[in-house]
Design a protein around this ligand. Structure first.
Ligand code: ATP
Ligand code: MG
Length: 314
């Protein structure tokens, strides 16, 4: 008897159930789960270092209880050209602070933040930023929203800008929506326009701060697919912030796990799964289990206290 799609679906549902059960087990009960090699390293041979944080600490002036809060303490991080790095960690561990430092929105209290070996003095067209909130202008059409960034970057004449914007809208599957306004779009479509706007700047670096966290799982899955494809096509360097370990495993070359109080880097993990990566792939789930097991071993019994915002299993 042939094993058709129904059989395959049942098999994959059973596998998912098993994994879901495995993920709820205690670390010592996971002993039977196959070992997956997880490399703890940030080595990239002689690849060019594009961004570097050297002994960076960040204190915010703040007021009252927040006065003098140490957002980052002695952070050392290198991002290589063409790399996709995900920063993962609990709320308040300093992920956005790192992104803001790289974007040049502020200067570190201590240490150095470098781009191509030179200190970052402010924002620049070489580093585009995309936030959780799409931040589109409601009074501009989709097309004009994408063109806006180009105007600010002193880009070419109107006709060239228009074509350029259309190309990027097509890249995020938004062709045909050019004349619509943001309020006529779904949340996922707005984020795609925001992505097109960031991409249209053709910066070397794309800094993304939880860009998909407000979206439903299906839309997020689709955007992960598109982002992977775009990253493979454009060879951009991406620094992507997320709370979700699984999102990071799907997207990243390297995951930087952070901890809080004070914000710091705990460890770095290279993810060596071929692309494009599927959300429900076994390889992805296996790494998720292994990392989760390691975190449990390392931090028990303080895990629930130290990592309240980290989702290990979406
Ligand atoms: N402008 C500010 N003034 C004072 N404190 C700040 C400021 N911005 C951030 N902080 C503090 O710095 C720490 C790190 O904040 P940051 O926004 O970088 O964290 P995060 O990891 O991005 O958190 P989340 O996941 O919630 O976005 C927090 O304790 C926060 O309260
Ligand atoms: Mg943040």
């Amino acid at each position: 008897m042939s094993q058709g799609p129904t059989h395959e679906a049942a098999k994959s549902a059973a596998l998912e159930r098993n994994l879901a059960e495995a993920l709820t087990l205690e670390a010592h009960e996971l002993a039977g789960v196959p070992e997956v090699k997880v490399e703890h390293a940030s080595r990239r041979g002689d690849a060019e270092v594009l961004i570097e944080l050297a002994s960076v600490s960040q204190r915010y002036a703040g007021e009252g209880a927040a006065a003098g809060r140490v957002a980052l303490e002695n952070v050392n991080l290198r991002v290589f050209k063409g790399e996709f790095v995900c920063l993962v960690g609990p709320s308040g561990c300093g992920k956005s602070t790192i992104l803001n430092l790289i974007a040049g929105f502020m200067q570190p209290s201590d240490g150095r933040v470098l781009y191509k070996g030179a200190p970052i003095k402010g924002p620049g067209p070489d580093r585009a930023v995309m936030f959780q909130d799409h931040a589109l202008f409601p009074w501009l059409t989709v097309q004009r929203n994408v063109e806006f960034g180009l105007k600010m970057a002193n880009a070419q004449e109107r006709q060239i800008r228009k074509k350029h914007a259309r190309n990027y809208l097509a890249m995020v599957n938004m062709a045909g929506h050019e004349r619509e306004y943001p309020h006529q779009l779904s949340g996922g479509m707005r984020q795609r326009v925001a992505l097109a706007r960031s991409l249209a700047l053709e910066s070397d670096v794309l800094l993304m701060d939880e860009p998909f966290s407000a979206l439903d799982p299906t839309t997020r899955d689709m955007l992960h697919e598109q982002l992977q494809r775009i990253w493979m096509e454009t060879k951009k360097t991406i620094v992507f912030v997320t709370h979700s370990l699984k999102e990071a495993i799907r997207l990243a070359d390297r995951i930087v796990l952070m901890g809080s109080n004070p914000g710091r880097i705990r460890r770095e993990i290279a993810v060596d799964i071929p692309r494009p990566r599927e959300l429900n792939s076994l390889a992805l789930d296996e790494i998720n289990i292994v990392l989760r097991r390691e975190l449990q071993n390392e931090h028990r019994p303080t895990l629930p206290v130290e990592l309240p915002g980290v989702e290990y299993n979406i």
